[in-house]
Design a protein. Structure first.
Length: 222
């Protein structure tokens, strides 16, 4: 990677230099925060399927009754961790709208920064992937996140300023949704070292697709 590209990626990734989750349940916190920290640590160590409500409550130093005062079950804890994680990632995801989103190098740096951020959170990503297998509500939560991301991108990038309920814009909105889903999905796969996402060409191809979509509103002069 060129020095300029490396600096661009570092600048984007610097928007998220601290973890949104303190996974040390021993720090002085309220019971809800201790439960979340204990769950994150246990999930990352043993995976979603290997952790029970009892494990989380015990590690947090609270009773089952206290656990259920805050969460409906293990799935709701994982969903809250997902909400926290995606909330922390949102500034980085939206940062392309504040940059030159028509410049190929800028878009590649942005996607590379997303990949790097997900690599740093790969243990939690594995947990979320496992949770989505057995918890249908998890998929709904993830889809809602993409909907919100599209709304945010639409505030700064005209090509994403679409309304899914307008017949004339529905097709373009679906195209936008699939584009963002593919970028996020391949970033997750790369973090988990799975499939073609590990190929360096993946970032270039995703950047080309993003540019092709946004340039519909900004055609290149010939």
């Amino acid at each position: 990677m060129a020095i300029g590209q490396r600096r661009g990626e570092d600048a984007l990734l610097a928007r998220r230099t601290t973890s949104p989750l303190d996974t040390n349940p021993c720090r002085k916190k309220g019971s809800r925060e201790r439960l979340l920290a204990a769950a994150a640590a246990a999930f990352c160590e043993r995976g979603y399927f290997g952790v029970s409500v009892e494990d989380i409550a015990s590690a947090a130093g609270v009773s089952r009754m206290t656990f259920y005062r805050h969460f409906n079950g293990k799935a709701s804890v994982a969903a809250e961790l997902f909400r926290i994680n995606t909330g922390s990632a949102m500034p980085l995801l939206l940062s392309i709208g504040e940059a030159d989103f028509r410049d190929a190098a800028t878009v590649r740096d942005w996607i590379a920064a997303l990949f790097a951020s997900d690599r740093a959170s790969r243990q939690l990503l594995r947990v979320f992937t496992q949770a989505s297998v057995s918890e249908p509500s998890f998929t709904t939560t993830a889809h809602r996140f993409i909907d919100n991301l599209l709304l945010g991108l639409g505030r700064t990038i005209p090509a994403f300023a679409l309304a899914p309920d307008k017949p004339g814009e529905r097709r373009r909105w679906v195209e936008a949704w699939l584009l963002i889903y593919e970028i996020l999905d391949q970033s997750n796969h790369a973090a988990l070292e799975s499939g073609v996402a590990t190929d360096p060409l993946t970032i270039d191809i995703l950047a080309d697709r993003f540019l092709a979509f946004t340039r519909v509103c900004f055609p290149i002069a010939t």
